[in-house]
Write a protein of this length. Structure first.
Ligand code: MG
Length: 203
């Protein structure tokens, strides 16, 4: 399986990092070795001094498809989770300055903690989903899917023009504003509506 992630999909987050609001989705990939499941602790890597959390709504692809039309895209995902797109911001900033790809900042081992999944049918309106990240009991990110620049269906239609989607692939759909650095000993907890889905420690 593969992990596809969308950058700058909430306008307020694009602005906080001084990036333009995109007119087409910005995408990058993480390998399956980035996954961190079952609320296992995240160990800070030694190659970065500025690992940032980015809380994101994650889609699980339900069946294979390419060149998927936007109007049919809803049939291609069936479950939703929360994930953290851990980012080595110091490395990313250096690579952005030089116009280099972001993989070393985004695709490292365990850079994609993922929660259990909820069937989308149980979540009601997919474009009014509140999600929230607390670090050590303090709210740091609060988002709502109504603020997505590119809808889930638009993302699936766009990505599948270039990359075949397969059952079990994951799409990280972008983070709202409020991203920040994690430190040793932090506890990250995240909710999708009333469901606490993430609860793990940084070591
Ligand atoms: Mg992200």
């Amino acid at each position: 399986m593969k992990i596809i992630a969308i950058g700058r999909n909430y306008a307020e987050h694009a602005k906080e990092l001084n990036n333009p609001v995109p007119t087409v989705p910005v995408i990058f990939l993480k390998p399956d070795t980035a996954l961190l499941k079952d609320n296992k602790p995240f160990y800070l890597p030694d190659f970065s001094t500025d690992i940032h959390f980015e809380l994101e709504v994650v889609l699980k692809i339900a069946k294979e498809g390419k060149h998927i039309a936007e109007k049919f895209a809803t049939n291609y995902f069936d479950e939703i989770a929360l994930g953290i797109d851990f980012t080595a911001r110091d490395i990313q900033n250096k690579h952005k300055e030089k116009g280099l790809p972001w993989e070393l900042a985004k695709a490292f081992d365990h850079s994609a903690p993922i929660s259990s999944f909820i069937p989308k049918a149980n979540l009601g309106d997919l474009y009014n989903l509140n999600f929230e990240l607390q670090v050590n009991g303090k709210t740091r990110q609060k988002g709502n899917t109504k603020d997505l620049l590119f809808s889930f269906e638009k993302i699936i239609a766009f990505v599948s023009q270039y990359i075949t989607l397969k059952k079990g692939d994951l799409i990280f759909t972008g983070t709202p504003e409020g991203v920040g650095q994690v430190h040793k000993g932090d506890r990250l907890e995240a909710w999708l509506m009333d469901n606490q889905l993430l609860n793990f420690e940084v070591k």
